[in-house]
Design a protein around this ligand. Structure first.
Ligand code: TXA
Ligand code: MG
Length: 318
């Protein structure tokens, strides 16, 4: 396995239907030629991902998706104009160019233009889109650095394009345009309030009763080795445990007598964007400690707080 910043080499491997880990502003992706069924199947195999869970395809502009024959509804186009390149994925009707392994036979395809200079240059060199789920084995937390990819998948992929630490740090927000009204399928790195401001209306959020869902959201997102509990009041909750045996994920403040090396403060300035960018690295690091329990503070339900709470909740499901 190699890590580096050689875009031409990455393009060569991908054209050869090999797997390459790519940086994006959200999380690292495990990429392959989306138009090649066996390359895409290799993604599922490498991640140990169930095949009912479809993949997002990435390119460097809306126009390229249109040139591959996809029809983008007006409101989806409006969002893409505002937020691409960026942490937003749009689900639209698929066509015959998109293999079933990408859509998991749903007839729908998720598309995104990620905002990372290396990856945008790479995508411009390719005459196909890249199918890319997060570059973690299924059941692990999504990687936000090249090192994080190397640690969990390094021996299974040919190249990691190193684009530094992901600036957003949460997976993209997914909005479906399969029905008359848009529907949010996954909270992520773009706040719902921003989407609603551009569309000029409230947008519904999918729940288990909806027909359209992101299949990946039905499964356990990330299972830490330790029990993780989300609490409203850390200062109270930690008192029930031995102070040396508890790990803390907190928004902005330390807990008096818990060892500092067991405490992960996501943003001392109470900034939700900063907290989001630190969340996955903290979740991974805290899980490596020897603890009885991890206590995570519930974040404010606004902006990126929705997505942070969503990921913490998924990590707390046993
Ligand atoms: O930020 C991101 O979105 C990252 C980077 C690499 O772009 N990718 C990512 O991919 O998070 P993944 O595979 O870990 O999560 C994609 C989610 C899954 O929950 C999947 O079910 C959903 O998107 N999805 C993909 N295609 C879909 C489709 N056609 N219809 C509904 N949901 C879809
Ligand atoms: Mg994932």
């Amino acid at each position: 396995m190699l890590t580096g910043t050689d875009i031409a080499f990455a393009a060569e491997l991908l054209t050869d239907n090999k797997l390459v880990a790519i940086p994006t502003e959200t999380v690292y992706g495990l990429a392959a030629n989306a138009f090649n069924t066996s390359a895409v199947l290799n993604i599922y195999k490498t991640k140990n991902r169930p095949q009912f869970n479809p993949l997002i395809i990435h390119s460097n502009s809306l126009l390229r998706f249109e040139n591959w024959g996809l029809t983008i509804p007006a409101e989806a186009k409006k969002l893409s104009t505002h937020f691409w390149p960026g942490p937003l994925t749009l689900v639209v009707k698929a066509n015959e160019h998109i293999p079933d392994v990408v859509t998991a036979g749903t007839g729908a395809v998720a598309i995104r233009v990620p905002n990372h200079p290396l990856t945008l240059q790479l995508l411009a060199l390719l005459d196909f889109p890249l199918a890319a789920p997060s570059a973690n084995p299924s059941g692990f937390v999504s990687p936000t650095s090249a090192l994080h990819v190397a640690k969990n998948l390094g021996n299974k992929i040919d190249y990691i394009l190193d684009g530094g630490n992901c600036t957003v740090g949460l997976e993209s927000t997914i909005v479906s345009f399969l029905e008359e009204e848009p529907m949010v399928l996954r909270f992520g790195g773009l706040a719902i309030e921003e989407i609603e401001a551009v569309l000029g209306k409230k947008v519904a959020v999918a729940n288990k009763d909806n027909k359209i869902v992101a299949p990946g959201m039905l499964t356990k997102h990330y299972a830490p080795n330790h029990k993780l509990v989300v609490v409203d009041d850390l200062q109270q909750a930690y008192l029930g445990y031995h102070k040396n045996r508890v790990g803390i994920i907190s928004f902005s403040s330390f807990i008096g007598d818990v060892p500092v090396e067991h405490q992960f403060i996501l943003s001392e300035n109470n900034n939700l964007e900063e907290a989001a960018s630190n969340l996955f690295a903290a979740m991974q690091q805290i899980d490596e400690l020897d603890l009885d329990i991890i206590l995570a503070e519930r974040f404010p339900n606004k902006g990126l707080g929705f997505a942070i709470n969503d990921r913490l909740k998924r990590a707390s499901i046993e």
